[in-house]
Design a protein around this ligand. Sequence first.
Ligand code: SAM
Length: 230
Amino acid sequence: MSERFFLSSPPRDGHAVLDGQEARHLTRVMRCRVGDEVVVFDGGGSAWPARVARIGRDDVALEVGEPVHDPERSRGRVTLAVALPKGDRQKWLVEKLTELGVDSLVPLTTTRGVAEATPAAIERLERSVIEACKQCGRNTLMRIESPRGLDDVLAHCGVDTMSFLADGSGDPFDHSLVAGRPAVVLVGPEGGFTPEERAAAEALGATRLSLGPYILRVETAAIAAAARFA
Ligand code: SAM
């Protein structure tokens, strides 16, 4: 068995415990037995080979081997600030951004936004990040940040961070613009950014960025940006 499972706390002294949904997945879906081998990761960039030592009612005890650490990053951090779409499209968005290596997702609060990032919605998105990491082999979780407005996102990004507003009227992506620096890309809601939001973003230093000649759905625009930056 080479299935991957998420550890809510890293191993100690060669031992780890899976609980909650992860334990249920291993026992009820994978029908594991004592002695089965799995891989566990802690979301902080490390993974361990592990062997099932004990199967409890609500948890599974594991013996873990030597850790494997993610390689040093060779690019700047990439943050996508996205006016979330509705329903299942959120899950799809999070899955793809995780697979593409985006570091953080900020649910962007906008005038024309249609989906509210409630605490329950954020929890669902975090669970989708874990599921995507399990499936794609990523050991560092994509961070789901607190919902924020465009001004807040742009005012608090670091001095060397390049910021972009995804907008069909902008210039196409140019690698030399970023050159290993951290980047933040803002993607608007289905109704688009208002003229005031566009002006505010530019006043705070964001550059308009075109992602192609057609009007993209929110999640397509976010994924197209991730594929260029991450
Ligand atoms: N009618 C809206 C407008 O005029 O902006 C369309 C909004 S689009 C469905 C949702 C978001 O995706 C936009 O606010 C923008 O951030 C991004 N987007 C869509 N197409 C894009 C493109 N070709 N280039 C860059 N960003 C795009």
